[in-house]
Design a protein. Structure first.
Length: 258
């Protein structure tokens, strides 16, 4: 039996394959985000999203440190390194994680309850940890490719910013600093990650691996919203479950729920 070695895709085809994943699987298509952006979420649902997303934010620098740890190339590490201080800041109370905490406080959550992690849903915990594990265990160019969801985040982020300013005015504008900063950082990070993915995924196997890595990351983000929707739904416009539609008894509220 002979193994067929496929030719690598040319640059254009490879980038088109990556972009196609985002068009169909990125979390801007999730009903929870769509309800958020049309102003339909309650304060409780917004707070649940913020406190659960904080768990993701906390783990991003750990994911980036795993990429650095696995990468033997100083020129790549030099490019990637700033991602850690973007989130952790150079000093206390600076950087993305501190900004996300300010968003949480502006939404009425206490710093203590956010940092305690007690509202983090099991599905969110598993999804986020899967992302860190992926970066630890996969070849670093594939872990870099998995960050390419950020190619698609600026559009969602500007839509979200407009939605928060228009519909969720009970959150003070200073709370939105995180989103404004990401509008600058995400396009730069995505361009850098795309450049590295194209440069180092040179075989067809690595290219296909990069497309799968990006699909996996879309699943991470999607699963987080599934968990939120299940715990805090129904969303407006979604049929509420009635006693007649389910034979299961109403579950007791989960411990840690907001
Ligand atoms: O709010 C969002 O929709 C969103 C999405 C993503 C993303 O697409 O991965 C990131 C972020 N935000 C974000 O704030 C962030 O810092 C970030 C880092 C990464 C990454 O994979 O390295 N993605 C994202």
């Amino acid at each position: 039996m002979s193994t067929v070695i496929l030719e690598p895709w040319d640059h254009e085809t490879f980038v088109a394959q990556l972009r196609a994943v985002g068009m169909t699987r990125y979390h801007h298509l999730h009903p929870f985000h769509q309800a958020m952006n049309r102003g339909a979420l309650s304060p409780e649902q917004i707070r649940a999203w913020i406190v659960n997303r904080f768990y993701y934010q906390q783990h991003i620098p750990m994911k980036d440190a795993a990429i650095l740890a696995n990468c033997p190339l100083p020129e790549v590490r030099r490019l990637w390194l700033h991602r850690i201080s973007d989130h952790d800041g150079e000093h206390e109370d600076e950087g993305g994680i501190a900004a996300w905490l300010k968003l949480a406080e502006a939404s009425g959550l206490s710093r203590e309850e956010v940092l305690s992690g007690r509202h983090v849903l099991p599905g969110v915990r598993f999804a986020v940890e899967a992302y860190v594990t992926f970066a630890r265990q996969q070849p670093w160019p594939l872990a870099v490719a998995s960050s390419l969801t950020e190619l698609f985040s600026p559009d969602l982020m500007s839509e979200r910013l407009a939605a928060f300013e228009r519909y969720y005015t009970w959150i003070s504008p200073e709370g939105l600093t995180y989103f404004r900063a990401r509008l600058q950082q995400a396009p730069r990070d995505a361009a850098q990650a795309l450049e590295l993915t194209v440069r180092y995924c040179t075989t067809r196997q690595l290219q296909e691996g990069a497309v799968q890595a990006l699909a996996f990351k879309c699943d991470v983000l999607w699963s987080m919203l599934d968990a939120l929707q299940f715990a805090y739904g129904p969303l407006p416009g979604e049929p509420a479950q009635t006693a007649a539609s389910t034979s299961a008894p109403t579950p007791a509220p989960q411990e840690g729920r907001l």
